[in-house]
Design a protein around this ligand. Structure first.
Ligand code: JDH
Length: 406
């Protein structure tokens, strides 16, 4: 792959000589050319900026040196490669740079990067470029840098490691493509028992067990847990493989409270009929209490995919929280699935979603269910829950616990 970079700070790109990228260059996989924008200036001060029309702070890069340099880049690289490069312009207002964009760009024979400085580049430069080559305006992320150079270093690194022969272990890349939108699991190496200046830190025993099924399950659970904790925005999109995948899973807001209350009453009504004289808390709860609980618990609201703009129907929910004053216990409650969608594994997935949201301090999952709800007991038993010792929280309830795996 050929890469051209235009900048007023060619030395900023010096790291491209190092490490895997440097090796790819020496191996002929990557052919990098850095151009100094000021070489296309004609005045003695080699000026590349001027004040903004319309007023405002800072300076703007003038169009002439850019047009000149981009034309030189196109003329200079056109042998053996594509006729023109795909031009990538880093900008705080660009489309987000992602791994899938890196994969698409890695498939191109020739990329050019235009590093702006100051407040950016005169808009007509984009028009000049777009009349000659494909142009993508790309942002490294939602924060403000002083110019495009750091973004280009990051993008070239992300792209070039995908070129065949750059990352030595092809398996590493194969694994990445199967990541399925979740964060990575934690990794460990020797020693298995590390004396950290008096504190013994051990590798999770399952990793030493040789049980590959158990290791895979533990790693998946870790990935879910981390994703829920650090990137809850990623969870609804791809965390679930079963029936939840077709539904819209989000964190509930107080605006969902009325629908949650209706669903809750429908789901607990049979238990209310069977319960005799004791109180079934989900049936006794008021709208105000449900609204308050949404703020105090991590509550997931599951809806059918919306058709034509509005919200889909609320069909399932669960809530979880760290027990107040006991960071080792994660309480799950109000696990409910609309009657017409029961029996499809939705409840099991929601329970896993709640468990995955528990922070690292949690060692025990805890929940309570009605003593009369025989079906629930089988369900929770299969999910690994057992009766908690001692008196139940409410009369007519059974408390269940499950040790956190790993
Ligand atoms: C290219 C110049 C500096 C700083 C105006 C924009 C308020 C405009 N992820 C990324 N962050 N920053 C860049 C980037 C920054 C650049 C250039 C890329 C060229 N600069 C610059 C401030 C502004 N500012 C943000 N608004 C919220 C106004 C340019 C980048 C990438 N990729």
């Amino acid at each position: 792959m050929r890469v051209d970079v235009v900048t007023i700070f060619p030395e900023y790109l010096a790291p491209l000589d190092l490490s895997l990228i440097g090796k790819a260059r020496r191996d002929g996989i990557l052919d990098v050319h850095v151009h100094d924008l000021r070489d296309a200036t004609e005045d003695p001060h080699r000026t590349v900026d001027d004040g903004p029309f319309g007023g405002g702070a800072g300076m703007v890069m003038t169009p002439q040196p850019w047009a000149e340099t981009l034309d030189r880049v196109v003329r200079g690289g056109a042998s053996g490669n594509a006729a023109v490069p795909h031009l990538v312009v880093p900008s705080p207002g660009g489309v987000p740079f992602t791994q899938s964009m890196a994969r698409r760009l890695a498939a191109e024979p020739w990329l050019a990067f235009a590093c702006g400085r100051y407040e950016g580049v005169d808009e007509r430069v984009y028009e000049h470029a777009a009349a000659r080559m494909p142009v993508s305006i790309v942002s490294l992320g939602d924060y403000v840098l002083n110019g495009g150079e750091v973004a280009v270093l990051a993008m070239v690194e992300a792209i070039s490691r995908l070129l065949p022969g750059v990352v030595g272990n092809a398996e590493s890349l194969v694994e990445e493509s199967h990541e399925g939108g979740l964060l990575e699991y934690p990794v460990y190496t020797r020693p298995a028992r590390w004396d950290d200046a008096g504190t013994l830190r051990e590798v999770p025993p399952v990793l030493l067990s040789g049980d590959h099924g158990a290791i895979a399950a533990w790693r998946h659970e870790q990935r879910l847990r981390r994703t829920a904790e650090r990137r809850p925005d990623l969870l609804p999109l791809s965390a679930t493989v079963g029936s939840l995948a077709e539904l819209d899973v989000r964190l509930a807001t107080p605006a969902d409270a009325a629908e949650l209350l209706v669903l809750q009453r429908a789901c607990w009504a049979p238990e209310g009929l069977a319960s005799g004289d004791w109180v079934v808390p989900p049936l006794a709860e008021t709208l105000e209490e449900v609204r308050a609980a949404v703020g105090e618990w991590r509550t997931y609201a599951v809806r059918t995919a919306s058709r034509g703009g509005g919200l889909g129907r609320l069909v399932a929910s669960v809530r979880g929280r760290v027990r107040p004053r006991d960071p080792a216990v994660w309480e799950t409650a109000r696990l409910m699935v609309a009657p017409d969608l029961q029996g499809r594994g939705l409840g099991r997935e929601l329970l896993a979603l709640s468990e995955a949201a528990a922070p690292a301090s949690v060692t025990t999952y805890w929940l309570t269910t009605g003593v009369v709800a025989a079906q629930n007991h089988r369900f929770y038993r299969r999910a690994g829950y057992r009766r908690a010792p001692g008196e139940p929280t409410y009369p007519g309830a059974v408390d269940l616990v499950k040790p956190r795996p790993g």
